[in-house]
Design a protein around this ligand. Structure first.
Ligand code: PEP
Ligand code: MG
Length: 618
């Protein structure tokens, strides 16, 4: 490619320019966090974020100060993102670092006192352009000026160099505009069937747009084991490895990759031997799935006859058939965030009612636990931003801010609409209502008041709702809630222990952050003790208690959880058969003895060794 082509289409462009002459690329292995099991082989499909939609072109003369401040904030945010990427490169071999680091450094330089930034400021001040319009205009002008030097006498190499510089300017401008406009979401429309999606980062809202039937695997540079993106990918049954430093920058269009979502590796341009081994692994995984599917109709009962409630979590309606196939008896956690994602308006009561009713009906009488909106943390929801529902949150620490029930109590109209829809849908089958991020008894009382008020209003309106309202339970997902479980048990109708957030908040580790992923450990004794404390508080009150965090999905941990007294587990659909097999192979007495020994330990390593050794005489 030695002529000046128009920019490559979105789906062909990886983070690096693809102008280099074709070369034989040797096999390279990358390591990341295995978040969704399965092995896949396929061509790499690189995705950058789509062009942001700029709705505001011009500003008022009195707004130039505010506009410059927006620009400063977007620059700072972009610098932070790039610094994070840069830091991750440290885990790569030296030659890979040498290849990628200069590119990131160039981006960082362009965010400093560069011609681009100076030009943008000037356009805001002098031509009263919005910051995003100014960025796009200035980047286009600089890009054009660079390409104007492309005379026919230049060598192919020099032309490629010009093209690369111009691409870099446009790329950094796109990042700035994305940060300025909080661009809603990517489009995966051009995703070729059977490809491996490689991205710098993927937000939960992006994951919600993926079509699992078209996709072989997902790999990202950012992300942690139990972040919501990981949870979604597992739910979709797509093999995935997250937190793979350097991959998006090393991969080129047309590269083939082998993704192993069981061990957490990605091999770019596999050698013939690697490919043969990968094909065998793909077949072995499919066989294992088939073996597990035979368990579908068998009950989840231990050897001594104790019945365990085995349910699935649902994040997207497309999972419904998977849940039925997996042999789950109902939905233990319906995350309703999907209804609010990737749209600009908040869904009204009728839309929500329809959605919940469809899911409840699909479960044919098996119970469905519907959790009200858990906005916050990484689960940014555009509709709420756009509707102005979420004030002043963006730059605070969202995980510790107005998340879950806190936001809903501050914006009760959201809660009222959702309660009304759930109550109406609960005529279609057994439903329970679950509240996220509860930390105080006051929150439960205040919410119950709203719940009962909504029910009275619906009855006055002549709507049909159950005579006895569905139980109102709470997530136990912060150390504060776990440690006050005895008090909360007096107010709530049931508990559902969310070990994902419980782990994150107990260990002060961001669940979606690859840099600290090695510290994110749900089997840390502190987390297990909180699970035990909350479970025992519920059992004393003879109140139902379930675990719906990712901990429940690990069959190795099933004996421990049963031994702690848990009799209800909810997990991603693909984990249901494995956990069922484990349940069917244990005696409760042995689990209780095992749990007692495990809970005496203070060392995670020792706990892991004991868990691995369960049933082998440890
Ligand atoms: C949890 O925190 O464990 C949980 C189940 O909720 P979510 O993953 O949706 O935050
Ligand atoms: Mg949670």
């Amino acid at each position: 490619m030695n002529r000046i082509d128009p920019p490559p289409p979105q789906h062909q462009r990886l983070a690096r320019s693809a102008l280099a002459a074709p070369e034989i690329r040797s096999e390279r292995m990358f390591h990341g966090i295995a978040v969704s099991a399965g092995v896949a082989i396929g061509p790499v499909f690189g995705t950058t974020e789509p062009e942001a939609v700029i709705t505001r072109q011009k500003i008022h003369a009195s707004d130039t100060g505010a506009e410059s401040a927006r620009l400063d904030a977007a620059i700072a945010q972009s610098q932070k993102q790039l610094a994070k990427l840069r830091a991750r490169l440290a885990v790569l071999p030296e030659e890979s670092q040498a290849e990628i680091a200069p590119l990131i450094d160039a981006y960082i330089r362009m965010l400093g006192p560069s011609r681009l930034v100076r030009g943008v400021r000037q356009r805001i001040q002098e031509t009263l352009l919005s910051a995003e319009s100014a960025v796009m205009k200035e980047a286009a002008a600089i890009g054009d000026a660079i390409m104007a030097q492309a005379e026919p006498s230049l060598s192919a190499e020099d032309l490629a160099g010009l093209r690369r510089r111009s691409d870099e300017i446009r790329e950094i401008a796109r990042r700035l505009v994305r940060n300025l406009t909080r661009s809603p979401f990517r489009s995966f429309a051009g995703l070729p069937e059977g490809s491996i999606l490689v991205a710098e980062a993927l937000r939960p809202a992006d994951a919600a747009l993926l079509d699992p039937s078209r996709l072989a695997a997902v790999v990202t540079e950012e992300g942690g084991a139990d972040g919501h993106t990981a949870v979604m990918l597992r739910a979709l049954g797509v093999p995935a490895v997250l937190g793979v430093a350097g991959l998006a920058h090393a991969a080129e269009p047309g590269d083939i990759a082998v993704v192993d979502g069981i061990v957490g590796t990605v091999v770019l341009n596999p050698a013939p031997l690697t490919l043969t081994a990968a094909r065998k692994a793909v077949t072995a995984f499919a066989r294992e799935r088939q073996r597990y599917s035979r368990l579908r109709r068998l009950p989840a009962v231990t050897l001594d006859g104790t019945a365990i409630e085995l349910q699935a979590n649902l994040e997207l309606p497309v999972e419904l058939p998977l849940i039925v196939q997996a042999g789950a008896v109902g939905i233990g956690l319906l995350r309703t965030e999907f209804l609010f994602m990737n749209r600009e308006t908040i869904p009204d009561e009728a839309t929500q009612t329809e959605s919940y009713r469809t899911i409840v009906e699909a479960m044919h009488g098996d119970p469905v636990t519907i959790r009200v909106l858990d906005w916050g943390g990484e689960k940014e929801i555009e509709a709420l931003n756009m509707a102005g529902v979420v004030p002043e949150i963006a730059d605070t620490n969202p995980a510790l801010g107005l998340r879950g029930i806190r936001l809903l109590l501050r914006q009760p109209q959201l809660l009222e609409t959702q309660f009304a829809a759930i109550l109406r849908a609960s005529m279609a089958g057994p439903v329970r209502v679950l509240l996220p991020m509860v930390t105080t008894v006051g929150e439960v009382r205040a919410t119950r008041e709203i719940y009962e008020r909504v029910a009275r209003r619906l009855r006055r309106r002549g709507e049909r709702i159950p005579e006895k309202l569905p139980p109102l339970g709470i997530m136990i997902e912060t150390p504060g809630a776990a440690l006050s479980a005895d008090a909360l048990a007096l107010e709530a109708d049931f508990f559902s222990i969310g070990t994902n957030d419980l782990t994150a908040y107990t260990l002060a580790v961001d669940r979606a952050e690859s840099v600290v992923a090695m510290l994110y450990d749900p089997t840390h004794p502190a987390v297990l003790r909180l699970v035990q404390f909350a479970t025992e508080a519920a059992l004393r009150m003879r109140m139902p208690v379930a675990i719906c965090g990712e901990l429940a999905a690990s069959p190795k941990l099933t004996p421990l959880l049963l031994g702690l007294g848990v009799r209800s587990l909810s997990m991603n659909a693909s984990a249901v058969p494995k956990v069922k097999q484990m349940i069917r192979s244990v005696q409760i007495d042995a689990c209780v003895r095992f749990a007692r020994r495990v809970m005496e330990q203070g060392d995670t390593e020792r706990i892991r060794a004991m868990v691995d050794g369960f049933g082998r005489g440890d």
